[in-house]
Design a protein around this ligand. Sequence first.
Ligand SMILES: O=C(O)CCC(=O)C(=O)O
Ligand SMILES: [Fe+2]
Length: 195
Amino acid sequence: MYHDVITQKEAKKFRTVAFPRFKRSTSMDDQGLVYIDKYAVSEKGVITDAEEPFIAKMSRRVGQLTGLSTELPHAEPIMVLNYGLGGAIQHHLDYFAEVYHRYTAIDGNRMMTFLTYLNEVEAGGAIVFPEIDLITPAVQNAALLVQNLKKSGDYEPLSLHAGCPVLMGSKWTAVKWIREYGNEFKRPCSLSPDE
Ligand SMILES: O=C(O)CCC(=O)C(=O)O
Ligand SMILES: [Fe+2]
């Protein structure tokens, strides 16, 4: 977890700019069909680097912190999420499994997730990693870096995570997914298959 990745002012700007773009979060099946997922109850909006200089700045910052390329197409545009009362996301993996290969053909899989908390949640909203017994509470302006793939490119099942329901207040996060291609030399493979 990284603390104070963004300023209070930036966090507010994220929320203000994302708000008019919000749509009920949807998921896509392995055939590319969009559906409302009752296991992911939130609103979401995407803001590209080209649209907003402060978003481009954030993408560069994620690049500096991770040492990875965060430019398109080596990473996805930043997605802002808002969870209202009871909003949550069930446990899931951020990488695309084999059946979703159509989403990884061009840029590779989602090797890392960089998730920034844009506000303090009054109660609830923690992100939990059940495989490693880890609970990460929502700390405003802090960010979570999740390694979804091993250095070998194999899936990292320990990255399984969930967003707990919001019990009081609401929860805002910003997600930047970093893809494999373009980052091969920035995160080289290791001698250990488990790393
Ligand atoms: O916003 C959160 O709490 C989690 C989001 C998440 O895990 C995802 O969108 O993959
Ligand atoms: Fe996730």
